[in-house]
Design a protein around this ligand. Sequence first.
Ligand code: XMP
Length: 608
Amino acid sequence: MNHDKIAVVDFGGQFCHLIATKIRKLEVLAEIKDPNDPLESFLEYKGIVLSGSPALASAGEGSQFTEGLIDLPLPVIGFCFGHQEIAKHYGGQVEFTAREYGYAKLHIHQQAEIFHGLGPEEQVWMSHGDSVTRLGEGFIELASSTIGDDREPHRNAAIAHPGLKRYGFQYHPEVDDTVHGSEMLANFVFRICGCRPTWKIDDYVAEQVEAIRREVGDRSVFLLASGGVDSTVTARLIDRALGASRLQLLHIDNGLMRKGESRRVVDRFREYGMGDNLHFIDASETFLQALAGVTEPERKRQIIGTTFIDVFNSEAQRLDLEGFMLGQGTIYPDTIETGGTKHADVIKTHHNRVDVVEQMIAQGKVIEPLRELYKSEVRELGKQLEISDDLLYRHPFPGPGLGIRVLCAAEGEPEGYDPEGAGARLTPILEPAGLEGMLLPIRSVGVKADLRSYEFPVLLHGRGAEWQTLTTLTGRICQEVPGVNRGIYNLLDEIPVEAKVQPGGITRARLDLLRELDQLVMDGLRRHGLMADIWQCPTVLVPLEINGMGRELVVLRPILSERGMTAAPAPLPEALLDELRQAVQDFPDVSGLAIDVTSKPPSTIEWE
Ligand code: XMP
């Protein structure tokens, strides 16, 4: 069926995906578009949303988007940066004013369709420095805003040109802190754009069954099945569309899985009645050889993704599966995060988006029925396909597996490592809180102002520090100390005074060590009833000798998140930390234990 669709233009704002998710919850299909996509490609939509951006509209940054986009004969609404771009486009003025950040009160002066059903005052959420200070012809101010005990309201918090169907909100209706944000989005989508609510996940199974049959034709599918949520849902869906005789599954043990995971995956597919078509191959040696001595994270990711396809092709050949399509459980953020929109920086290449896969997609040889869905939608779909909650609500596990949790280092001191320079900046920030900090000679990936960073972590030390202090100071450090994108807190008694890098790549011994430690952490979370509260908890091996001892610093990375695009570090209970402190003593290679206290951004969840 043809769904009415809304285009969400991604100017690089953090909440862009949230806009699309919130609109989809209204049962209208929203798709992320690049600001430079061709003008004609927008004509299939019923309305356009311009997202926020880290760029400053007052300085003319980020304004190079497809000419004519704002003039299209479609309703257009903008939030924050998008709102300012609309104002500018029609002759208004945008200037850098005071920063407004956090909860604000919206005072609606002018009734309008976009505020249908809302009261005269609404709680909204703001994060901006630029403001619209003058309106172009035909525009009206619908609302102003105040924060705290502001006397003077901030003008033009919501603006409109009802005749042209142009709207702008300075605040973010897509975040939950804007209490009636969903109602405002609904007013735009239904009352202004006239969309029909047909994007129902209940109908998605039937629709996809049809689509898969059309796309595959008389071919069959050979599906890469890691056994996680996405590939399991994909397998069930294709099984329903084509029947077991035209679906073969391949589970590859790449040597980067959790302890005992491949065994469990095979058992699970058997339980779901797909055991007969499941092929299993232990390719751990192939992966380890391909990764030997490689230290750079993006290279590791490329190698893992490419090796998956090499193993897939040789298995297809061995099984004589000529003319099969490659099936993958790719979901929407996999594409977008690998730089799926031209505007987005490549933060991390997902394993299912390496070059060889892109080439196969261009040749029509790949089927990915979940490629338009967010994780929450995949879970909904999984429920309909009778997959147990146990699997559907598991912690996400990345495609490259433990390969991106075993950090690797080249010989010698890394380029740009300047512990003295950093120390001089760290001391004034940390000393007042009774903390010390040491710059570590190893880099991890982060995301700053929507761009990839590859910088150094700081190891913080100080007995009994408050969680809030640690996270706040780490936020400050990442902003104020150049070259730092992460903070971790020492959980052992000994004061770390010297950290020496241990050069080398991924080895089976290191992976085995991480498997044991990861299992200890997961069992601990289960014992303390924390599996559902913590969104994900990677354990990371950092190749550092500390104070002349051991060779692997173990970092715990418990986080709270909704969809992994942003995340907050989560504290763990002292009792669990005590158990882990005890447990790591049994591993002579372990040089230390620390917990990551950085949010995303500026760091990312995984270290690579
Ligand atoms: P980052 O580290 O970018 O991760 O903050 C966000 C979420 O994505 C997961 N992740 C991946 N998942 N293939 C995947 O299927 C990948 O290549 C990949 N890299 C990161 C990560 O575990 C977190 O949940």
